[in-house]
Write a protein of this length. Structure first.
Lengths: 525, 169
């Protein structure tokens, strides 16, 4: 099968210009003329690629104007397409005709960077992340926008999707939710118990993260990446570090790479445990909730013991890892995993043989495979709907190239499948950790970061516990951070929750929502 | 059902067998906390947690306070869904511009007398996000704060400690 790059160059010839400054070389970047940008997206669609991310860049400090990037993925192939926009007319062809998630990406690009999607009739230009009480021309990601300024509040109204008719009523929920969870707003239209539509409105935790990166050093950027979504601190820091290392040409010592994967799997186990617990709790099976939360606590304590932080924050640094395992740790880790798995399997047996749990989870919140594919979902949400996607296999770093995980793909597409994928992945992560510990190579744990050249860019994708995380970095004229574009798995998976809830009953929403458990902070940035 | 009962008895009361250092500290904090809660809040302190823009790490630790190992309910600490029933707001930050109105409304909806605790480095002073077009920084920049619990994120033991210090003062 031809690579995605070949598909474009066959069709476009020399009109598609490869970029020499993009790293790693395995992820090519092509400059596409603006008038052919949409056509290039069509070719990607025909090739069966998904739109992984789309973002805008202000390159005025480099003496250029604005640019829009689209990242496509298929199997183990990534391709970046770049479209340059003139200063006088910062508009770009919308890709929403071929890719559904483009409409969210493009609303975000318009809201935060002030670049206008055109061409295919864009059905939705309401602000996204930026709320309606911001000045319309406040575009924080533009270089002319001062990061520290206080924004005046304007009068404004968000135009919600309405449903009208006899017996239809509306339930607004949030931003402050009933539990100890992040803020966001959900608006349901329902008839009786049946949900006919759900509309999400997010952005409440927007902290200006992407803009903040531009004020930090590359080293401090790793700390900020670790706080994009606190539950995925390992995965986000790691993706950022991979991008910085690709940008600077730094080769990380092998031991550091293995330790990073070790941390990534521990983060996966801890979060999956919490999620399965929360799903059971929302189905009123509190026994499983408390039992699994206990196991999660033991994993967190293991993290504290091994690395000095319960969530492993700031343990991954550009160039390697901060600190090494204590001596003799391999024996204690093997023992810890053995005991953990023993306890876990007892609970899985109980979970699996509970008829009332089965009754609540099966058939609830169905996300059909074609919807999961069209929305570009990733992670366990995609895998529970039959999509074989996992960066650990499709874009592996060492040690995953030597010890590949088994990909768990299920086809029932419901809450049960999303929970069961996690159960299987915990088992698999436990096995991986066991193998990592046995084969962990000796040596250094970090190396100094090589100098970063000016006006370069790099890309990285890592499979966090929620799914594929994407970072794209660009250095400016002085080798500083000019742009850090982030795509958390939540940015695409939130779209899927809206679809999965159709036809379910209102009381099943918390259950469906828990089975997705997407990040608000990672999405809002 | 037998399996569940077996697992319950097999697990036992996990609130007891903690690592010694943590256990000693936790019991000491907890007992003092329980006494203070009895005296001042008629046996129960009801908390409404508000995420005003955090990265979610503080929430994970606040949830962990409720796990069977820390089991904060044994000291009379409960979490409520409604600010109307709350004695205390536990607020994580930094306060985002987009959460400012919701946080102020939650504060007003909580009956007086009330206590507000700013949680985490970001809630205390804005953390790595600082103050910007999108972030108002510390919780105290938006609503009156009675106590601070720093940490990134603060551990469940540190959270219990911080709540105790406030109630005793």
């Amino acid at each position: 099968m031809n690579s995605l790059r070949d598909k474009i160059t066959t069709q476009f010839g020399t009109a598609a210009v490869p970029c020499d400054n993009a790293r790693p070389v395995t992820v090519p970047q092509l400059l596409i003329p603006r008038e052919q940008f949409e056509d290039a997206a069509r070719i990607m669609k025909l090739a069966g690629a998904r739109l992984a991310a789309e973002w805008g860049v202000d390159e005025t400090v480099m003496g250029r104007s604005y640019a829009v990037f689209a990242c496509f993925a298929r199997g183990n192939d990534y391709l970046l397409m770049r479209c340059e926009l003139p200063d006088a007319d910062p508009a770009f062809p919308s890709l929403s005709k071929f890719f559904v998630p483009a409409f969210r990406f493009e609303r975000q690009i318009l809201s935060l960077m002030g670049l206008m999607p055109t061409g295919h009739v864009h059905s939705d230009l309401r602000p996204w992340i930026k709320h309606e009480d911001w000045p319309l021309d406040a575009w924080p990601l533009r270089k002319t926008f001062a990061a520290g300024q206080r924004m005046p509040r304007m009068a404004g109204e968000y135009k919600w999707i309405r449903a009208e008719g006899e017996g239809i009523y509306e339930i607004p929920v949030g931003p402050v939710h009933a539990g100890i969870i992040e803020p966001g707003h959900f608006r349901f239209q329902a008839i009786g118990e049946d949900v006919i539509n759900l509309e999400e409105r997010l952005g409440y935790t927007h902290k200006g993260i992407e803009k903040r990166f531009e004020q930090l050093s590359w080293q401090d950027g790793a700390r900020l990446a670790g706080r994009v979504s606190g539950d995925s601190t390992v995965a986000h820091t790691l993706t950022y570090c991979h991008a910085v290392e690709a940008l600077s040409g730094t080769v990380v010592p092998e031991r550091a790479s293995w330790l990073r994967a070790f941390m990534l799997e521990r983060e996966r186990i801890a979060n999956h445990l919490g999620d399965i617990a929360a799903i059971a709790n929302d189905a009123a099976f509190t026994f499983i909730f408390y039992q699994l939360m206990r196991l999660k606590e033991l994993i967190l304590r293991g993290n504290q013991r091994l690395f000095g932080h319960r969530y492993l924050m700031d343990r991954i640094i550009p160039g390697g890892v901060a600190g090494d395992l204590p001596s003799e740790a391999n024996i204690s880790i093997e023992e810890e995993m053995k005991q953990f798995l023993d306890e876990f399997e007892r609970l899985v047996a109980i979970y699996d043989h509970n008829a009332s749990l089965d009754d609540r989870l099966r058939g609830a919140g169905i996300l059909p495979p074609e919807t999961a594919r069209d929305l570009g979902t990733v992670g366990y949400v995609a895998r529970a709907s039959g999509q074989p996607l996992d960066c650990r296999i499709q874009a592996p770093f060492t040690p995953y190239d030597q010890i590949p995980p088994r990909m768990v793909v299920l086809n029932s597409c419901d809450v049960h499948a999303r929970a069961w994928v996690r159960i299987e992945e915990i088992r698999e992560s436990t096995r991986l950790i066991g193998e990592f510990v046995i084969r962990l190579p000796a040596g250094e744990t970090n190396t100094p970061l090589a100098k970063i050249g000016h006006d370069r860019s790099s890309f990285a994708a890592v499979e966090g516990w929620r799914g594929e995380i994407v970072y794209w970095l660009q250095s400016g004229l002085k080798g500083e951070i000019n742009r850090c574009a982030i795509r958390d798995p939540s940015s695409v998976n939130w779209l899927a929750l809206e679809q999965a809830i159709h036809g379910n009953i209102v009381p099943d929403f918390p259950l469906c929502n828990k089975s997705f458990n997407q990040s608000y902070s990672g999405h809002d940035l | 059902m037998l399996r569940i009962l077996h697992q319950i008895f097999r697990t036992g009361v996990v609130t007891e067998p903690l690592p010694e250092a943590v256990e000693t500290e936790l019991m000491e904090v907890g007992n003092r906390l329980e006494e203070a809660i009895r005296r001042r809040f008629h046996r129960s302190l009801v908390i409404r947690e508000v995420d005003a823009g955090s990265c979610n790490a503080c929430e994970l630790e606040i949830i962990a306070m409720n796990n069977p190992i820390y089991n904060c309910e044994r000291f009379g600490i409960q979490f409520t869904a409604s600010p109307r029933f709350a004695d205390m707001l536990l607020v994580t930050g930094p306060v985002s511009v987009n959460m400012e109105v919701a946080l102020k409304r939650t504060y007003v909806a909580t009956p007086s007398p009330k206590l507000v605790v700013a949680v985490g480095d970001c809630g205390c002073h804005g953390g790595i996000f600082g103050e910007s077009y999108a972030s108002l920084g510390a919780v105290a920049n938006v609503i009156p704060v009675d106590a601070h619990i720093p940490g990134c994120p603060p551990t469940p033991v540190e959270l219990l400690h911080g709540i105790l210090r406030l109630i005793r003062s």
